[in-house]
Design a binder for this molecule. Structure first.
Ligand code: G4P
Ligand code: NA
Ligand code: NA
Length: 194
């Protein structure tokens, strides 16, 4: 997605050759125009998949997920990282391992919003090692709903998440694919060369 790549190139900052800071439009300050274009791109990719619900995780997945839900005209459910007082009925939970923090955390979703009739599009801001996406897949599958696709705003293609999800056979759409952040330069995957 050309607009997103330009935005990442102009506004992104590389930290330590492997972290991409995008808090000017995605992770802290949110640019609604960019998020609208992101939503349109996901909606276009998945429009014929019979999507009935979108599932994401707080906090940075919510903006792109809501924009996509607006266009596909389906509800958006965000998994929580803490079990809130009001989240008690039909509680679904999955463990997500964090490599940065070296600890396993739980994520939570109310099963009340998903059923075996749902076809779910999972959306997240980043795909790195794939642990968050795998956790979301496990939550959705506990509810007997189908995972019909996975939409990622920024994929770090040099980490193993994409390959893990590919092996499981999911339809994945990453709007920007980062080949390398070496020497603090942002290089995208050249789609022509595969
Ligand atoms: P890990 O895969 O490296 O172990 O990371 P961890 O699960 O601890 O996730 C840490 C957060 O960092 C996640 O967001 C994840 O999406 C994000 N992340 C991974 N790589 C990058 C990157 O290069 N740049 C940015 N900006 N984020 C990255 P989160 O903690 O769930 O945050 P949020 O959704 O509340 O913003
Ligand atoms: Na994040
Ligand atoms: Na995230």
């Amino acid at each position: 997605m050309e607009l997103l790549q330009q935005c990442i190139q102009e506004k992104g900052k590389v930290i330590d050759g492997h972290i991409l800071k995008v808090d000017r439009f995605l992770n802290h300050q949110v640019d609604p125009m960019i998020m609208k274009a992101v939503g349109e791109a996901f909606a276009d990719e998945f429009k014929d998949k019979g999507i009935t619900k979108i599932v994401t995780i707080e906090s940075s997945g919510i903006a792109p997920a809501v924009m996509t839900g607006l266009i596909l005209n389906v509800p958006v459910i965000f998994a929580r990282k803490k079990q809130s007082l009001t989240l008690q009925d039909d509680l679904l939970t999955a463990e997500v391992y964090s490599y940065t923090k070296k600890e396993a955390n739980h994520i939570y979703l109310s099963g009340a919003f998903l059923s075996d009739k749902d076809r779910v599009l999972i959306i997240d801001d980043f795909l790195a090692k794939g642990e968050a996406a795998l956790g979301l897949i496990r939550l959705v599958e506990q509810s007997q709903a189908d995972v019909a696709g996975i939409g990622i705003v920024i994929e770090k293609s040099f980490q193993e998440g994409r390959e893990k999800l590919n092996k499981l056979g999911y339809h994945i759409c990453s709007l920007a694919r980062i080949a390398s952040l070496h020497e603090n330069r942002i290089e995208f995957v050249n789609e022509d060369k595969g």
